[in-house]
Design a protein around this ligand. Structure first.
Ligand SMILES: Cc1ncc(COP(=O)(O)O)c(C=O)c1O
Length: 424
């Protein structure tokens, strides 16, 4: 049984993966045994004994899980989210009658060109282009950076994992700034890395001084920053970002929601900063969450290795066709984005009037609310679900008694407000 001395417990926290912040409420949890000794936090890796099954005749036999990598045996079992159809049966409502404000999806869906292009798909039986050339050329036009700097993935999720696979040795450290998107901590666990948490300040801004200290003391390999941040919707200002970019660490800037912020993407910055990667996605901006297309801008000195390590056919023919078709209708994308931003402002004003909610201003397509006045956030989420409105509930170390509401169409806001009034 190995014991890894992770860090000084006075200022840092060990990882505690709750679930990914955007949509899945029940991904695997890592449960390393951690304890304190003096002022140091120690983590026990309990994986050196191979699981053995005793068979009837007294012989001992290795069990299948003995072949699994030790650190993965520490992950709790995967609990998949309910497919939409199953959810609809469980709630006794037709899928179209469920108001889904729990996963920051784009309720307008993609431009009509996407379904037309999918219907006209000619070669679904041929493997896709491993270099996604058509899409990368279209993204170069869309983003203003040459396609050599761009790599496409099966969602931004795949790129987060791919970056970690290329960068982290088992035992390496990453910096995570919770509350934030929990896939960074989850993927780090799968890749055998340790997570140093530097919690955000009360207003959800980054604690840059603490980040700098941790980088100096712990020498982590990379830091994941999210702007706008999921789940609170705050953005990172350029001054803070530049300070962190000056430190000896690879900065992965996740811009999954950048379109709703009114800010320019930092994709072109990767030409000036050898330690910056910028990630984006079609899931939110183009309503293509189900088709799984994400992309990133990388320094040329890094992208070369991602090309070597990625699965050759990571972006399906359908995904590439859809993303290209979506980019052909920028007017639609802009219109939908404007509608969501406008609705966000209306939703914020309405939530402010609810006596037991304290909503936070957001630059994204969701609004985080503290549930106040002694009301139970989990009960609120459950009761709304029975009324056909899904929202996200938080009950972890950084966010206890909070809910997050995705911005929907105006009629979704109206239905939510009606249910909140009925609940009071
Ligand atoms: C901050 C953040 N990054 C990345 C993703 C994943 O994006 P994709 O759907 O492209 O995998 C999400 C999903 O909600 C997210 O909230």
């Amino acid at each position: 049984m190995g014991v890894i001395d992770v860090y000084n417990a006075s200022s840092l926290y060990m990882m505690d993966i709750q679930c990914r912040s955007c949509c899945y409420s029940s991904l695997p949890r890592l449960s390393p045994t951690s304890y304190f000794q003096g002022n140091r936090s120690l983590v026990r890796c309990m994986a050196s004994t191979l699981p053995i099954k005793h068979v009837d005749d007294g012989r001992k036999q290795l069990t299948g899980d003995s072949f699994i990598r030790p650190h993965l045996r520490e992950l709790s079992p995967y609990q998949p989210i309910l497919p939409f159809e199953v959810l609809s049966t469980r709630l006794g409502r037709k899928p179209e009658d469920i108001i889904k404000l729990d996963a920051n999806e784009n309720p307008y869906g993609p431009p009509p060109e996407v379904l037309e292009a999918l219907g006209a798909m000619r070669f679904p039986y041929v493997y896709p282009d491993p270099e996604s050339r058509r899409l990368r050329a279209a993204l170069a036009e869309d983003s203003g950076i040459e396609s050599d700097y761009i790599l496409v993935g099966c969602g931004a999720d795949e790129l987060i994992d791919l970056i970690m696979r290329c960068v982290l040795e088992p035992g390496d450290k990453i910096v995570d700034c919770p509350p934030t998107f929990t896939m960074y901590a989850f993927d780090a666990a799968v890749n055998g890395a340790l997570v140093i948490k530097v919690p955000r300040k009360e207003d959800f801004s980054l604690n840059v001084e603490h980040i700098a200290e941790v980088i100096q003391q712990e020498k982590p390999k990379c830091i994941f920053l999210t702007s706008p941040n999921n789940p609170d919707g705050s953005i990172i200002n350029d001054e803070d970002l530049l300070k962190i970019l000056d430190l000896p660490i690879l900065v992965v800037l996740d811009e999954a929601y950048i379109e709703f912020s009114g800010m320019e993407s930092k994709m072109t910055w990767v030409k000036k900063h050898e330690n910056l990667i910028v990630l984006r996605t079609f899931s939110k901006r183009a309503g293509l969450a189900g088709l799984r297309v994400g992309y990133g801008a990388f320094p040329l000195s890094i992208i070369e290795y991602l090309w070597r390590a990625k699965q050759p056919y990571n972006v399906s023919v359908a995904a590439e066709i859809s993303a290209c078709a979506a980019l052909q209708n920028p007017t639609y994308l802009e219109k939908v984005k404007d509608a969501l931003v406008q609705e966000r402002e209306r939703l914020y004003m309405l939530l402010k009037e609810v006596p037991f909610l304290n909503p936070y201003p957001s630059y994204s397509n969701f609004i985080l609310c503290e549930v106040t006045s002694g009301m139970d956030a989990k009960k609120l989420k459950d009761d709304l679900a029975h009324m056909g409105v899904m929202i996200r509930h938080y009950n972890n170390k950084e966010l206890k008694g909070y809910v997050r509401v995705s911005v929907g169409k105006p009629e979704h806001t109206d239905a939510l407000m009606k249910c909140l009034k009925a609940w009071m």
